[in-house]
Design a protein around this ligand. Sequence first.
Ligand SMILES: C[S@@+](CC[C@H](N)C(=O)[O-])C[C@H]1O[C@@H](n2cnc3c(N)ncnc32)[C@H](O)[C@@H]1O
Length: 276
Amino acid sequence: MAGSSAWDPDQYQRFQRERSQPFYDLAALVEREPGMRVVDLGCGTGTLTNWLHEELGARETVGVDASPSMLDQAMPLASQSAPDRASAEGASADGRGTLRFERGDIAQFEPDEPFDLVFSNAALQWVEGHEPLLARLARAVAPGGQLAVQVPANDDHVSHRSARALAAGPAYRELLGGYERVFPVLTPVRYAELLHELGFARQQVRMQVYAHVLPETRAVIEWVKGSLLTPFRERLPAAAYERFLAEYERELLAAEGDRAPYLYAFKRILLWARRE
Ligand SMILES: C[S@@+](CC[C@H](N)C(=O)[O-])C[C@H]1O[C@@H](n2cnc3c(N)ncnc32)[C@H](O)[C@@H]1O
């Protein structure tokens, strides 16, 4: 599981507004149906899962995440009523449907019962092998159900390239114990082909550039500390991680200039598909 113990909810939430927009854009692709059963894979702190649950008026929503620290934040949002107290229509005692969270690895996700909506925002980039992964997720979508996924596609941006190059260099390769960040995200075209091959009747796949205006170039470091750098922080001794950050900052400023404000142009792929 990629970085399951190292996720820092506070660091991740520092750019909450910017990080939330793709979630809302993905949710806007979902066709609303009454009483849906929904799973949110890689739900993080659960704030947005809670929003999705309310927005869809879902019968049941399950947030799944591998990180105990993220789930600690999510758990208080869970419905107070136990799922077995939900009525036949699925409304919980407070009429909101049931929202719950559980620890799980997306790489092993194979539910007993399919869902009306399999949703995942900014999480599948941590799971390798997207062709078999999508095939497995497709099996978790009920007849008439929907799949909605957003993944970053920013691997060629200097913010990502520099971190990867540093990690692969002599100063850190050994300290990282051979760990390499493999970026499994496919092209939009390949996702479209896959969705067709997997039997989805309708689909939308798009690449979108999110133009995040950050106060200065250095703010990118705070951004990636909450996501991309998580596995490096988890694996490097504290002093080595600090050195890594200092070198990363030098490379970033050399490549991008010390600008204020700084436009962090961030590419993301949004995909949605529906079964007959
Ligand atoms: C960038 S955060 C996104 C959180 C949330 N979906 C959002 O939109 O704010 C990625 C989340 O994926 C989770 N994650 C990463 N790899 C995972 C895996 N293999 N199984 C389950 N969760 C995973 C992390 O713990 C983290 O909470």
